[in-house]
Unconditional design. Structure first.
Length: 347
């Protein structure tokens, strides 16, 4: 514990994170039960989904505990193990997901949700290696199902995001005809430099829809991977070819589109959601394959898990502000620093 106390970021109601989140210091450490391990966390990300969980989002469970702690992944060291824990021992470096409440110095998690981290992977990379790579796997499966072997382009929104960059890298590796959308001209320039072989279109251009149609060609857009939603959903649905699928996995945008305004019936479109929080319900074999994929990605292409900046856990408000900055690249991390705080968290 830090100075004999355990720090936990908590909120008791939903709302603007800067207003509802506070830091609580406690002397009692949670205890692992049967099949569980207690992890002393060192690094955890600030994901957009963590902030959405604090603000409240449709479909998030209402029956949550009165006092909640954000964060679903992170990395740290096994501090102690409960009865019936078979493989993990104290001192083991692990990445955890899903582990609700990682914005704390300690978290208790089931043994099978703590992934041992090999030596070659840094703490920062380990803290980021599960949520976004597993989301990529789920989006990849959903895209394959939606394509069903048919030809056609895949269009993704917010392509400069951390997940978007993983999708671009995967599309290049698998030869998937991906069209990237970003919201600004500067963002488009950054993406074209990073992935010159993929078309990138800025939605600030008046003719962005025509540009998408031009790049999609005769087959049109078969699948949209969308994490913007809101008012943009209407345009995205209209860009789909008949029988196409809109896969919604985030809500970064503003405004809304009533379902009735979408050409779902006449154009035989499908709309479906994907959430990494449903990943634990996959079969043990699929989960093992997905974790092996995440470890491989973390070991061989850690630059795909880019860090925007690190802040001490106590500086969570500054970290949240940074995580929301336009044109940020990578993910903001919250650390439990062993080193003096001065100089950390600089943007
Ligand atoms: N469903 C799931 O299981 C799951 C899992 C992981 C992530 N996600 C979602 O995936 C999305 C991306 O997450 P991330 O961690 O990769 O994000 P990130 O690295 O924080 O990047 C956010 C990106 O979104 C763009 N953006 C922000 N607001 C926008 C808006 N109103 N319109 C268009 N673009 C906007 C930003 O563009 P600028 O560069 O122009 O600022 C930036 O490129 C989020 O919605 C997140 O909730 C979902």
């Amino acid at each position: 514990m830090t100075g004999g106390t355990m720090r936990t970021v908590v909120h008791t109601r939903q709302g603007e994170p800067a207003q509802v989140l506070t830091l609580r210091e406690e002397t009692e450490c949670p205890r692992p039960g049967p099949g569980q391990v207690l992890v002393r966390l060192l690094v955890r990300p600030v994901h957009p989904g963590d902030l959405a969980g604090v603000e409240g989002m449709p479909g998030f469970p209402d029956d949550q505990p009165e006092v909640r702690t954000p964060g679903v992944e992170g990395m740290g060291i096994v501090e102690s193990v409960g009865p019936d824990v078979r493989t993990l021992r104290p001192g083991r470096r692990v990445a955890v997901f899903p582990a609700p409440g990682t914005w704390a110095d300690y978290v208790v998690v089931a043994e099978h949700l703590a992934v041992p981290v090999p030596d070659g992977i840094s703490d920062e990379t380990a803290a980021l290696m599960l949520v976004n790579p597993l989301t990529l796997r789920m989006l990849h499966r959903a895209t394959d199902t939606a394509l069903g072997g048919a030809e056609g382009a895949v269009l993704q929104t917010a392509a400069g995001s951390s997940v978007g960059r993983l999708i671009s890298a995967a599309a290049i590796r698998h030869g998937l005809p991906l069209i990237n959308l970003v919201r600004s001209a500067a963002g488009a320039r950054r993406m074209r430099e990073l992935h010159p072989t993929l078309p990138t279109i800025a939605t600030c251009d008046d003719d962005w829809r025509e540009q998408v149609r031009h790049h999609a060609g005769d087959q049109g857009v078969r699948v949209v991977l969308d994490c913007v939603g809101g008012a943009m959903t209407q345009d995205l649905a209209e860009l789909l070819s008949d029988g196409g699928t809109l896969i919604s996995y985030g809500q970064l945008g503003t405004g809304s589109t009533p379902l009735e305004r979408l050409p779902l019936i006449g154009r035989a479109l499908t709309v479906r959601g994907v959430s990494v929080l449903h990943w634990p319900s996959r079969t043990p074999e699929e989960r093992a394959q997905d974790v092996a994929f995440a470890l491989d990605l973390a070991r061989n292409t850690p630059d795909l898990l880019e860090v925007a900046a690190t802040y001490d856990l106590a500086d969570f408000r500054a970290a949240v502000e940074h995580a929301r900055r336009p044109a940020k690249t990578g993910t903001v991390l919250l650390t439990t620093s062993q080193a003096p705080r001065a100089g950390r968290g600089a943007a």
